[in-house]
Design a protein around this ligand. Structure first.
Ligand code: DAH
Length: 355
């Protein structure tokens, strides 16, 4: 009994001093470690005469709690005082105005691709992709455009190799070939992406964007093509009525082929899409040529369908009133700031771009 009283008094005194954390931890080990002073007393309980055992055990427990409580209190106290010291030293001035931050904008071409994809996905088209570097077979030959075909010259192709094996795709049409080679019909896809031709002026850029469309099934006819494009144009330009005309044309991979014009008028120098007596060409299309289907092992008696290719940059220019195509690719931050789109999740404290 006296032993434990002595331990108690000695350690209560020690703990009352101004201690560092490691010193308190040392005391904790001295008392409650495996062979600690208090732990050893517990081992002794069985050796105590039965008459005194109960008292001894109960006193030991009281002293154990007393010391443990004080140790815990000390550890907390040291922790709090460390935090307070830190807070005193490291002041944060919360009255400083926040630094302005720059939030990126979505490029009009990306925005337009998203809009186009979402409109077509509503009527059952899925999105396919193909590489920018294509082989000559997918870009021309399989699309019914043999080596000596004059359409190859019209495309002003960038070839990557002397032997003309690898080239920058001149249109998104090779994605038709890739899709039909890897799957079985029916097909109902669009394929937006970058395309390249050696051409540059106010309405042409060496790199530009197209979206390809392909719908092949057992009973697809030109009426479906017209319905689909009519729906798309109305949705895209957000107009109820659209004047549209299909002009006979020629593409090697479609028969018959057509180019589509939409009606517009000029109001206060601005293009208004839908009505009016002026015409704008916006896409090429047609019924997929049986030779193309043969090249990708699709039975052209059982299956047929339509395809189209739309210039994305052109659509973006018309919808958003941009008049020089080259500006799309000049990476001028001020231009992007003006014509770009805010991402959906603009933070509520966003106050515009400051520079
Ligand atoms: N590939 C053509 C071009 O770049 C556009 C085109 C026309 C695509 C008719 C088609 C189509 O799929 O059927 O000029």
């Amino acid at each position: 009994m006296t032993d434990i009283k002595k331990i108690r008094d000695e350690y209560l005194n020690k703990l009352k001093q101004n201690l560092e954390l490691h010193e308190v931890n040392q005391i904790k080990t001295d008392l409650f470690g495996k062979n600690g002073l208090i732990s050893s007393q517990f081992k002794k309980i069985n050796l105590i005469a039965e008459a005194e055992r109960k008292d001894f055990a109960s006193n030991l427990n009281i002293i154990k709690s007393e010391l443990q409580d004080l140790i815990n209190f000390k550890i907390n106290e040291i922790g709090t005082s460390q935090i307070n010291k830190k807070l005193d030293k490291e002041k944060i001035d919360i009255t400083l105005p926040e630094r302005p931050f720059i939030l990126g904008k979505i490029h009009p071409v990306s925005q337009t691709i998203d809009e186009i994809s979402s409109i077509f996905s509503e009527i059952g088209f899925s999105v396919e992709e193909g590489p920018d570097v294509e082989n000559e077979y997918n870009n021309f030959t399989a699309l019914n455009t043999p080596d000596n075909h004059p359409a190859r010259d019209l495309h002003d192709t960038f070839y990557l190799a002397e032997n003309k094996e690898r080239l920058l795709r001149t249109h998104t049409s090779p994605v038709q070939i890739r899709t039909m080679l890897k799957d079985k019909p029916p097909f109902k896809i669009i394929a937006p992406g970058r395309t390249y031709r050696s051409d540059s002026d106010q309405t042409h850029s060496p790199m530009f964007h197209q979206v390809e469309g392909l719908h092949i099934d057992e009973k697809i006819n030109m009426g479906h093509l017209k319905g689909c494009l009519n729906y798309f144009i109305k949705e895209f330009f957000e107009v109820k009525n659209i004047k549209m005309r299909f002009r006979p044309s020629h593409f090697p991979f479609t028969e018959p082929s057509a180019e589509v014009d939409i009606g517009y008028e000029l109001k206060d120098g601005k293009i208004v899409i839908g009505e009016g007596d002026k015409w704008l060409e916006i896409l090429g299309c047609g019924m997929v040529h049986p030779n193309v289907l043969k090249n990708v092992n699709v039975n052209s008696i059982k299956y047929q369908g339509y395809a189209f290719g739309i210039g994305i940059d052109r659509l973006a220019m018309l919808k958003y009133g941009i008049n020089d195509l080259r500006a799309f690719f000049e990476c001028d931050y001020r231009w992007l700031n003006h014509f770009g789109f805010d991402p959906l999740d603009v933070p509520s404290n966003y106050r515009g771009i400051s520079r």
